[in-house]
Design a protein around this ligand. Sequence first.
Ligand SMILES: [Cu+2]
Length: 462
Amino acid sequence: MTSRRDFFKLAGVAAATSVSPVAMARLPEVVSMDNAATQPPLAPPSGRPYNPVVTLNGWTLPWRMKDGVKEFHLVAEPVVREIAPGMKAHLWGYNGQSPGPTIEVVEGDRVRIYVTNRLPEHTSIHWHGQRLPNGMDGVGGLNQPQIPAGKTFVYEFVARRPGTFMYHPHADEMTQMAMGMMGFWVTHPKGRHPLIDPVDRDFCFLLNAYDIEPGSYTPRVNTMLDFNLWTWNSRAFPGIDSLNVRLNDRVRIRIGNLTMTNHPIHLHGVEFEVTGTDGGPTPRGSRWMEVTSDIAVGQMRQIEFLADEEGDWAFHCHKSHHVMNAMGHDVPTMIGVDHTGLAGKITKLIPDYMVMGERGMADMAEMEMPLPDNTLPMMTGQGPFGPLEMGGMFTVMKVRRNQKRGDYSDPGWYKHPPGTVAYEVAAAPTEPVRAPKAASPQGAPGDVEVKVRKPGGHGGHH
Ligand SMILES: [Cu+2]
């Protein structure tokens, strides 16, 4: 194992001479990442130049050039991924992290990818969206034998079309995807492309989801619907880094969805265009401005915009349950219900019952609630004006005048110019004007009685 920086010193030098020099010397060095922070873009040290992407809470895999072929080495293996500070998950991934590293190549590149399987079961890799020879498509049993545990296979093809791609196993998929085996792939155009504009910043990340019972570490792999952790690159807010850009940058964000449901991704502050899908760049006549783009299961979308408004702009999935972290499924809605004396009685029946939300759920963000080890508060994160009441698929795009070109560091919270923040006015509350109360018609119910709903079932929130 070596760090990404050390790799370049080693690249080109025959690695791993200790085991079987003849067989092993051909394998590129394994480069591994040991933390979940967003790594700076990897400027290409060889091959055609391009403007590299930044993987949100991720990194790009270095390669070595061998006889004009870009050689990568992916290692499928169990990993420990920090979902957010305070919670770690035991996942399967590649080269130390889940998702695996982003692979960046240029249109026309011949690419050779060694895949070593250190999982306890066989695997394969499907290069989602690529044009390639059929035998390289990675569907275990259909296009190739599975890669047995402990073995290394090699894939080789030419990256024929520029665009946004993903990779994931096509072997025991339900388990391996639920455990986090996936990664991003970007093929840059080899020159000026009529439908691909240059941008100042190019971000990418995968949408993924896990079902990890609070207090445990390993995802339940049989889950079909009841995922409780909605993540971007296996990170949940407040663990998702902000997207930091310079005022008036042109920004591209590439998003791939490998969850089991769709995600309407919403960006505040600006309008964007969808400039690419899984099939490639979109024709210019098909683009229109929007602020939310729905990304269906298995799809990729590229959005682009001019970041011409300074500030801290929310960026999130618009399904409100996807901007929350793990919660029990048995929590009833209690708004308007007087809990006095109730909690004690319910706790006798349901020991882990929590009273919540007499006045809405915002209490939850401030409450010091006892949590089992290794889980995240449902709604959390501290903003400059108080608790953010968010979790899951939520982060912030920070647009700053003073952000330097190529600087991806976090500039801190936005300092609003005086007089530009919503504020309280001193005014006496006014009585609402109500329609006069009509007499109840015969047989109609009178005042509505609020009944406490017993916890149980799934509250219909799938
Ligand atoms: Cu969502």
